[in-house]
Ligand binder design. Structure first.
Ligand code: PEP
Ligand code: MG
Length: 591
């Protein structure tokens, strides 16, 4: 039966493929494809985990004290019985052999199949055995993820997945994917993504967008309604998912898919055209990247620099083992060298909120502990609370500046006291490098303007920083008090809100008057709906996912900043988001 599911569009285009369901397990499960030769080895890993867990439960049972409640022994018996059931480990092997999944992924995929079967059982006792299956699978996963498993995972994830995947295109359907999980899929074969939770500018959505494949988030029930291997259409323009589409619907989407590929090819021809408006204003279009390896892609897309390197992604997926100074230095240098003399803006680590280093997701923190991590120890607050780690990162960034043009960007600064601490830390990092005789170059120092307090006192910030970059994702979140990762309030997250537009205009115009460099690196920079408006405010530097550059360049090439600037007072004076949007639309139509 064909069904439609609605969510929020985060990345454009149409993807059609077979669903791969990814369960949100408490154990960090890596998902990667293995070759036919490696399949045997993966099955053997599953067998040895199976043996180890069986022995562990056997010995637990043997060592039960004589006065232990008999339910305990019964539970262990159930676990042993499940372990030996062919529908678990043996069935998981078919995912390895037929679909080339790694052992952990195969096991969690099989758990997903079994969990559904248990959910559909009439008998309450049997239905509740689902929890036992989950516990057994968790034990097996832990056994595999310990020790050697992790090293194997890292090596395997570095290999191009496309070599191993099967014939049909695959789309990923997940409940809650942390941004760090999403990073695992950077080199993956997936042609589209769907998640149950998340808002349009949640970091999971941002990473999905950087993959430049159609994606829908906040689709609430998707991971429950879609089954492994279902055919799924992801309409990333409308935020719709069609499960098991009819042949007519499928043909319609295939047509749209071809159209958007043609449009993309047409825009790609603009890659090396300089971005200059009709009235001769040059505009810099820079790239947002997450990993040093993204640098080359940024250049290829026509970026004239990296406006935002989200360094926190180097700190994720590492089971608590944070990168040291040398490892960070190598990563930053790689990006700097890839950009061949163009500026690279490295943002110091911005963890916290929905980007967590541990396994607890922002959703769990919110729902289980009632905490709002977006207002907590995040970004510069976390760095200042970990001064050793902070200075280590600063030293690594400074050392990379000996190899090209580096700018350091500090996230979420709001207090002048924080600015003082930042500069003290920078001075100490430079001093340590001098003492160690390590080379470093000149760096420009900038602040992200993403808390309303910083936007309001932008004049004060400009006394200290060489440049500022406006993080509209957070600026909107904090201005409108909307958790950007929470799909239940996503309808209130509105970049067109006049308060947001006024803060943006204030920040840009004060910086321009002070002759200080100002850019926007939030998602608004890569959204063509705002290009003309931001130009009218005086913005001449935009930073976005490389894939967005051609579309924004097209808008820049067709824009006349003088005509737009005339309508700015009316847009900023609009009483509501709808009228602000209508004002901009009417000027654009009149051209
Ligand atoms: C922003 O807040 O707009 C931004 C660019 O930073 P991040 O999305 O990483 O919080
Ligand atoms: Mg931010």
């Amino acid at each position: 039966m064909s069904i439609q599911i609605f969510g929020m569009p985060v990345s454009r285009g149409v993807a059609i493929g077979r669903a791969v369901l990814v369960a949100s397990s408490r154990v960090d499960v890596a998902h990667y494809f293995v070759s036919a030769e490696q399949a045997e080895q993966e099955c053997a890993r599953l067998d040895s985990a199976h043996l180890a867990v069986t022995q562990e439960i056997d010995s637990l049972k043997r060592e039960l004290p004589s006065d232990a409640p008999h339910e305990l022994a019964a539970v262990l018996d159930v676990h042993l019985m499940l372990l030996h059931d062919v529908h678990l480990v043996e069935a998981a092997k078919t995912w390895i052999v037929d679909r080339h999944y790694n052992a952990e992924w195969a096991l969690s995929a099989q758990l997903e199949v079994l969990a559904r079967q248990f959910d559909e059982m009439e008998d309450v006792y049997l239905r509740e055995r689902k929890a036992d299956v989950e516990q057994v699978v968790e034990r097996l996963l832990r056994e595999m993820t310990d020790s050697a498993g992790l090293a194997a995972q890292r090596a395997a994830m570095a290999r191009p997945a496309r070599d191993f995947a099967g014939e049909d295109p695959l789309v990923l359907v997940a409940g809650d994917l942390a941004p760090s999980d999403m990073m695992q899929f950077k080199r993956s074969v997936f042609t589209g993504f769907v998640t149950d939770v998340g808002g349009r500018t949640s970091h999971t959505a941002i990473v999905a967008r950087s993959l430049d494949i159609p994606a829908v988030v906040g689709a609430r029930e998707a991971s429950r309604l879609v089954r492994q291997d279902d055919w799924v259409v992801i309409d990333g323009d409308a935020g719709v998912i069609v499960v098991n589409p009819s042949p007519i619907v499928l043909e319609e989407y295939r047509f749209r898919q071809r159209q958007s590929e043609l449009e993309r090819a047409r825009l790609d021809r603009l890659r090396h055209t300089p971005a200059i408006t009709l009235d001769g204003q040059p505009v810099e279009l820079q790239a947002n990247i997450e990993l040093p390896g993204d640098g080359a892609g940024a250049l290829e897309a026509g970026a004239v620099g990296v406006g935002l390197f989200r360094s926190e992604f180097l700190f994720m997926n590492r089971n608590g083992d944070l990168p040291g100074e040398d490892e960070q230095f190598e990563a930053y240098r790689e990006a700097v060298l890839a950009l061949r003399g163009l500026p690279v803006t490295i943002r110091t680590v911005d963890v916290g909120a929905d980007k967590r280093l541990d396994r607890m997701s922002a959703q769990e923190l919110r729902h289980e502990h009632g905490l709002n991590p977006a207002l907590g120890l995040r970004a510069i607050r976390w760095s200042l609370a970990e001064p050793g780690m902070f200075r280590q990162q600063l030293r690594a960034i400074l050392r990379a500046s000996a190899y090209g043009r580096v700018r350091i960007l500090f996230p979420m600064v709001a207090h002048l006291g924080e600015i003082r601490l930042i500069f003290e830390a920078l001075a100490r990092a430079r001093q340590a490098l001098d003492e160690a005789g390590k080379a470093y170059g000149q760096v420009e120092v900038g602040a992200m303007i993403e808390i309303p307090a910083a936007a309001i006192i932008i004049d004060r910030f400009l006394e200290h920083f060489d440049f500022v970059s406006i993080g509209t994702n957070d600026l909107i979140q904090y201005t409108l008090a909307i958790d950007r990762a929470d799909e239940t309030v996503a309808h209130l997250y509105d970049p067109w809100h006049p308060a947001v537009l006024r803060l943006l205009n204030h920040t840009i115009s004060v910086a321009v008057r002070a002759h200080r460099s100002v850019s926007v690196c939030g998602e608004m920079a890569g959204d063509p709906a705002f290009t003309e408006l931001l130009l009218a405010m005086g913005l001449r530097c935009f930073s976005m996912h490389p894939a967005r550059i051609p579309a924004i360049k097209q808008r820049v090439l067709r824009a006349d900043t003088r005509a737009l600037a005339d309508c700015l007072p009316e847009v900023l004076g609009a009483p509501n988001p709808e009228q602000a949007m209508a004002q901009v639309a009417s000027v654009l139509q009149a051209r």
